[in-house]
Write a protein that binds this ligand. Structure first.
Ligand SMILES: NC(=O)c1ccc[n+]([C@@H]2O[C@H](COP(=O)([O-])OP(=O)(O)OC[C@H]3O[C@@H](n4cnc5c(N)ncnc54)[C@H](OP(=O)(O)O)[C@@H]3O)[C@@H](O)[C@H]2O)c1
Length: 390
């Protein structure tokens, strides 16, 4: 059982100043616009070599479109069993129905010589915690080991409040972007840890973003408060920052426990990808114009979804992104472990919050409080407290 009494670090107030200076705007912009993010720098097959995924189980959220769909096709062609975790599209959805993507994946599997893999889509709505729980329970009842969990679903804007600018709350009472892009993935991951632990070299892959450099560490306004910011982009950036911080702390805690230490978790930015993420909510006339400009820019200056998916596939399968044999066991000497951030397939320095035990523990505690993870019995191993001053 973890230590259930607060250490000094756990007693620091959420709104206390952090012990390190906020990085300069110049540094953040430089990191966000790194050369690795550039369209002309393509990733090739030789950079993401084929891995035999026979008998491996992969769950990927947001797999019916964009990066997730392309990654699913690759995983299928490499022989994996796949669960596409998708929502039932609404009548106005411009994205493919998950049923279509299942068929595409089956065709890709057959083409790769894999006739008998299981490829299914399971309903999940990241804006509904009940749906995450149902999905988690459904998976756990299969008693299968889970080899890779890809936390990929995301939205780039909020529907607004009553058709106007403002904070839109889900039925769980959380700001829309906060819940979809961050909270739901934390709950899903926490539920699936025992199943990941059963696999030989399990990985958790989180699609964060270079926008995390532009996020504000603002735990007092964690759930949106009254300020949404420009079309919710502020919440998007903040939540990508929290997600990258949270996964770094998750890796630290996993390493402390024998039954979990072989699990590797990393975050990555897929590149500037021309996907549906730029198709922001169009409730107001001027947003039509914004959407048009965003989509056009992504089309001309971004990479396509297949290129974007290469990063996801790389983090999920490349030996270098697997367990560090010295810390996590395993035989592959190339493994360098987790808690890292990649700009596409190149490791990059993340925001300094990820290296600061206090900043990490505040996010860990706050998200655990919001999701009532302790009450749900999901922190029995990793603990609520347990900060160190590393
Ligand atoms: N595109 C970029 O330049 C870029 C850059 C950095 C990070 N990212 C991140 O990459 C990830 C994938 O995005 P993408 O670029 O591939 O965009 P996308 O094509 O819009 O894909 C987003 C996926 O998330 C799903 N999703 C959204 N809300 C959901 C919900 N409530 N429940 C379940 N699924 C939901 C979408 O399903 P529906 O089709 O049903 O909406 C879709 O499958 C996101 O986390 C995004 O933040 C993208």
């Amino acid at each position: 059982m973890p230590n259930e009494s607060p250490t000094e670090i756990d007693k620091i107030a959420y709104d206390a100043p952090l012990s390190f200076p906020e990085p300069s705007q110049a540094w953040k912009s430089k990191m966000g616009e790194r050369e690795n993010n550039r369209t002309e720098k393509l990733v090739y097959g030789k950079d993401v070599p084929i891995v035999d995924l026979k008998n491996k189980w992969i769950i990927i959220s947001g797999a019916n479109s964009g990066i997730g769909r392309e990654a699913a096709l690759t995983f299928a062609s490499w022989g994996a069993h796949l669960i596409l975790a998708c929502r039932e599209p609404g009548p106005a959805s411009r994205e493919p129905h998950p049923v279509e993507v299942v068929e595409e994946c089956k065709a890709a599997a057959r083409e790769g010589g894999h006739e008998s893999t299981t490829i299914e889509w399971w309903r999940i709505d990241m804006a509904d915690l009940g749906s995450i729980e149902a999905f988690g329970r459904r998976w756990l009842t299969t008693e299968r080991p889970l080899d890779v969990l890809c936390n990929n679903a995301g939205v780039g804007s909020s529907p607004g409040k009553d058709g106007k600018e403002g904070v839109y709350l889900t039925k769980d009472g959380f700001e829309f972007i906060h819940q979809i892009n961050f909270l739901s993935h934390v709950l899903l991951t926490s539920m699936l840890l025992p199943s990941l632990a059963k696999a030989e070299a399990p990985r958790i892959v989180c699609t964060t973003s270079c926008f995390h450099y532009l996020g504000q560490y603002d735990i007092s306004n964690f759930n949106g408060g009254t300020e949404l910011g420009q079309e919710g982009v502020g919440m998007y950036k903040n939540n990508k920052l929290y997600f990258q911080i949270w996964l770094t702390e998750l890796q630290r805690r996993l390493l402390l426990h024998g039954e979990y230490k072989h699990i590797t978790v990393n975050g990555f930015h897929p590149g500037y990808v021309a996907s549906g993420i730029w198709n922001i909510n169009r409730a107001f006339w001027f947003r039509w114009l914004i959407v048009w400009i965003l989509m056009l820019m992504a089309r001309f200056f971004g990479i396509n979804c297949q290129q974007g998916s290469m990063a996801l596939v790389y983090i999920a399968t490349a030996p270098e992104c697997g367990p560090d044999p010295k810390k996590q066991g395993g035989k592959d000497e190339r493994g360098r472990g987790g808690g890292r951030y990649f700009n596409r397939i190149w490791q990059e320095e993340a925001m300094p919050h990820c290296r600061d035990a206090d900043a990490r523990c505040r996010v860990w505690r706050k998200v655990a409080e919001e999701l009532k993870l302790k009450e749900r019995g999901l922190l029995d191993v990793l603990g609520f407290y347990g900060g160190t001053s590393d």
